[in-house]
Design a protein around this ligand. Structure first.
Ligand code: PEP
Ligand code: MG
Length: 852
């Protein structure tokens, strides 16, 4: 139930004049989903007959794309009018466009903005259709595009009705609707995850939506604002929305809130049964030790470290308080946030490549913080009062982080650390102050109030034996990273650790959350010996790393590496790698502003081939999309990116990119034993299309054919493995994706991660189908997903008929050593049992892990 509390507000009208002469086309008919689905904003399109783009309104030029094909003018009402000449014209890199204005110029309606060569653009780009869209469409209550032909600079192309605007910039036209009181059923209140769910839902609506709790109120789009209200389990809140879709927003959001925003254990509660000011999840009491030589904390990353304590000094970035013109300062901040966002995305793509969904989820959370409207709004209002962008930003994130950390809620305190990290990242971009790289001596146990995920990225794991932080807990992002980096650590450590003298000898047990101070030399030695035993095993494995991996009954399994560049290829050879089963070529395309051209790609792939000194190299073609976006290759927003234009599908949509890559791979085949592999093949037709394009490029280059295979990572492909096996040269099973698609569990979902196990009998069944079909047709089947290096999976995969395991380079020696202890016959029996098992857990019980 909801009720309207106010009638429609008064509206003002804005008319945009046609920026070009030509025929008006409804935006929905533009053959590009980015525009047709109004992902950039609502508006209208023109099929132009003139060649000078004119200002459709008075205003200020606030953005001119570096390729000069798009420009944004901000009207005095604050509307941002983007004009985008042609489709896919960014690929022309400025050719055919001459800008007539610069960012910051004030323009009057009809002033020239960009001249363009219509013949050149029409013949070199997909279309000349020019879009006029409002990028901050939530300010607009109604769009009324005109129809027919228009004369540029004279006729109206688009009428807009504006709603009134609230203090934080959201539209309050339409009606204001409030929900009934709602009791929060989430066991730990509105912590980060439910807040993120609520804010995602709120972003679907144009209306201003606020959550009210007592005398506090927050923008429902802001995760930080929501978390900052510290709404606990059983608290009574109310939603209020003002705008054109207020009614629908309240209906959906209040139901979602009432039922716990998808959180487990959240049972809807009637208002009468609620307690007004309930307890919110308090941090677990910090463990304390009575023994002066023992400091306790929370076990964060397992393993034992012996070393000497060193304090981490936090670097303070100084900023000047006063700034230039508010517009300029705001733009600086927006650009810094955009750059930080790109960097975080690149980091996310990088850790995705390492196949660790938990690490990837950390950077997804950072992205969420960067997108938070509350941060930008608060900083912008300080800028408007004359503060510099850096000062305003620093004040905003430090005070918000401070507020979160004081809320006496463990989860929120951990998110405060993420906020500081992300805030620092933006501040460094704004000030140009780069992170200091501090070097520590060997056997260092770092002691810090807190560390951020970015600090972790600069740690040298050969010097840092372990670390303890006073802040954080086992689920802090830093702890997750420590586990991924295999560095023992503890969090939530007793604060007295910060007062200990530099160089205090200590033994850190990350599995128990215990720091033993001033141990006897004997104790330190004993512990070192234990650590050394593990190391010795590692060395034994390394010593035999160059020998083949042959089972006790004489079957050879190839053990190869997953890499992203020539350097890693060379490293894999040193670990006894017998080639490369997967070069993730998308990593070649990431962390840059534009796609590498054919020559550059040829050089990169050739270098990788040469690094392998004659060993085979499988290059997988570009696998972007899903959770691996490329900043310069915009993919329209998708509801389900993992089920969208990902992998080879994107290549078919942008054939010029795929063909360029094919040519580069074919040319690189002259430098070594190069094979090609297509990602995300789901249908036989896709294999045919890719193969045909490859063949066309091969013939035009006149080079010898190369072996071509496919990733088996979509269930349909495994089920149709027989049909594929007749045609392809090889299969490589991508268990990371095959698991997510088989179990319908997002590979990056932090909550589902424990269940998304590639050893689930269902996934194993599909791997078995692929391997059987390959063997039947005289082809081979490998596995390149993360499970290929899992000691509990190795015997089962071999038993299923897998002939190649592609793993991270450092894992190669242990996988080879393990294979030498196995017999194929035993593995086959084991695989049969695994296929018949009921659960992934039962499968894992079939292969107990050995000590050390
Ligand atoms: C996989 O899906 O298992 C795989 C190896 O590919 P990626 O992890 O790059 O998606
Ligand atoms: Mg994959």
């Amino acid at each position: 139930m909801s009720y309207a509390v106010a009638p429609a507000e008064t509206r003002s009208m804005v008319a945009l004049v046609a920026p070009l002469s030509g025929q008006l086309v409804p935006i929905e008919q533009v053959p590009d989903p980015v525009f047709a689905q109004k992902m950039v904003g609502d508006g209208v399109s023109i099929d132009p007959t003139s060649q000078t783009l004119l200002a459709p309104c008075d205003g200020e030029v606030i953005q001119l794309h570096p390729s000069n094909h798009a420009v944004t003018v901000k009207t005095p009402d604050g509307l941002e009018v983007l004009m985008h000449i042609g489709l896919d014209t960014v690929t022309l890199r400025g050719e055919g466009f001459v800008p007539r204005v610069r960012v910051g110029d004030r323009v009057r309606v009809g002033d020239p903005l960009i001249n363009f060569d219509a013949d050149f653009v029409a013949t070199h780009a997909r279309s000349l259709l020019t879009q006029i869209v409002i990028t901050n469409s939530d300010r607009v209550v109604k769009f009324e595009p005109r129809l027919g032909t228009v004369v540029g600079g004279q006729d109206i192309a688009l009428d807009l009705a504006l709603g009134d605007v609230s203090e934080d910039g959201t539209v309050i036209g339409g009606v204001t609707v409030a929900s009934e009181p709602i009791v929060i059923p989430n066991p730990t209140g509105l912590h980060a995850r439910p807040s993120a769910v609520l804010s995602t839902l709120a972003k679907k609506y144009k209306s201003d939506i606020r959550l009210k709790y007592g005398d506090k109120s927050a923008n429902a789009r802001s995760v930080i604002g929501l978390m900052g209200m510290s709404v606990g389990n059983g608290a009574t809140v109310q939603l209020e929305a003002s705008g054109p879709d207020a009614e629908a927003a309240i209906a959906e959001l209040s139901e979602a809130l009432r039922t716990g925003l998808g959180e487990e254990g959240a049972k809807p509660v009637a208002v009468a049964a609620s307690i007004e000011q309930p307890e919110i999840s308090k941090p677990a009491p910090r463990p304390r030790s009575e023994d002066p030589n023992v400091i306790l904390g929370v076990a964060a990353s397992p393993g034992v470290a012996v070393g000497y304590l060193r304090r981490v000094q936090q670097q303070e970035i100084t900023v000047s308080e006063h700034g230039g013109a508010p517009n300029e300062e705001r733009r600086k901040l927006e650009q810094a946030i955009a750059k930080a966002s790109q960097d975080v995305e690149a980091l996310r793509a990088k850790v995705h490549g390492q196949g660790d969904p938990k690490k990837s989820a950390i950077f997804a959370a950072h992205q969420e913080i960067l997108d938070d409207p509350e941060l930008m709004d608060t900083a912008a209002s300080a800028i408007d009062k004359g503060k510099s962008a850096a000062y305003a930003w620093k004040q905003t994130y430090t005070s918000q982080a401070e507020m979160l950390s004081k809320l006496d809620n463990a989860l929120l305190a951990e998110r405060a650390n993420d906020l500081r990290d992300v805030g620092d990242r933006v501040l460094r971009i704004l000030t140009g102050v780069t992170a200091e790289v501090v070097t520590y001596p060997e056997h260092t146990i770092l002691v810090a109030e807190d560390l951020t995920p970015s600090d972790m990225a600069t740690l040298d794991p050969t010097k840092i034996a372990g670390f303890c932080t006073v802040a954080g807990g086992a689920t802090s992002h830093v702890s997750i990273l420590a586990r991924a980096m295999d560095i023992p650590s503890m969090a939530g450590t007793e604060p007295r650790v910060l007062e200990l003298p530099e160089g205090t000898p200590a033994i850190l047990d990350g599995s128990k959350g215990r720091l033993r101070l001033n141990p006897s030399t004997e104790e330190m030695e004993r512990t070192q010996q234990r650590i050394a035993r593990v190391k010795e095993r590692r060395q034994r494995e390394l010593a035999t790393a160059f020998e083949p991996a042959i089972t006790t009954d004489g079957h050879r399994i190839e053990v190869v590496a997953n890499i992203s560049n020539a350097e890693e290829g060379a490293k894999s050879v040193k670990f006894g790698g017998e080639g490369v089963g997967l070069l993730r070529s998308e990593l070649v395309f990431m962390e840059r502003d534009s796609a590498p051209d054919e020559d550059e790609q040829t050089a990169i792939y050739s270098a990788a081939a040469r690094a392998l000194e004659g060993r085979p190299l499988i290059i997988r073609t570009l696998d972007v999309g899903g959770d691996k976006p490329l900043p310069y290759l915009p993919i329209p927003h998708e509801e389900n990116p993992f089920l969208g234009e990902r992998g080879i599908r994107l290549g078919f949509d942008r054939p010029e990119i795929l063909r360029t890559q094919f040519r580069a791979i074919l040319r690189a085949s002259e430098a070594g034993k190069v094979r090609i592999m297509f990602p995300m093949i789901a249908r036989l037709e896709e294999w045919h299309m890719a193969k045909q394009m490859l063949e066309e490029e091969r013939q035009s280059l006149g080079v010898a054919p190369i072996e071509a295979g496919i990733m088996v990572e979509v269930p349909s492909t495994a089920v149709m493995a027989e049909q594929f096996a007749r045609e392809v040269d090889f299969f490589s099973v991508g268990t990371n994706d095959l698991t997510q698609y088989t179990l319908a569990m997002d590979r990056g979902h932090p909550k589902l991660a424990p269940y998304a196990d590639a050893l689930s009998p269902g996934v194993l069944g599909l791997i078995g189908m692929a391997a059987r079909a390959a063997n039947k047709y005289g082809k081979w089947c490998g596995v390149c997903g993360g499970v290929a290096g899992d000691p509990q999976a190795v015997p089962i995969l071999i038993g299923l008929g897998v002939k190649e395991l592609s793993v991270s380079a450092p894992t190669i020696p242990s996988v080879k050593a393990q294979i030498r202890t196995l017999s194929l016959a035993d593995c086959q029996r084991l695989a049969e049992q695994a296929l018949a098992a009921d659960t992934a857990e039962a499968v894992r019980e079939l292969v107990p892990l050995t000590e050390d």
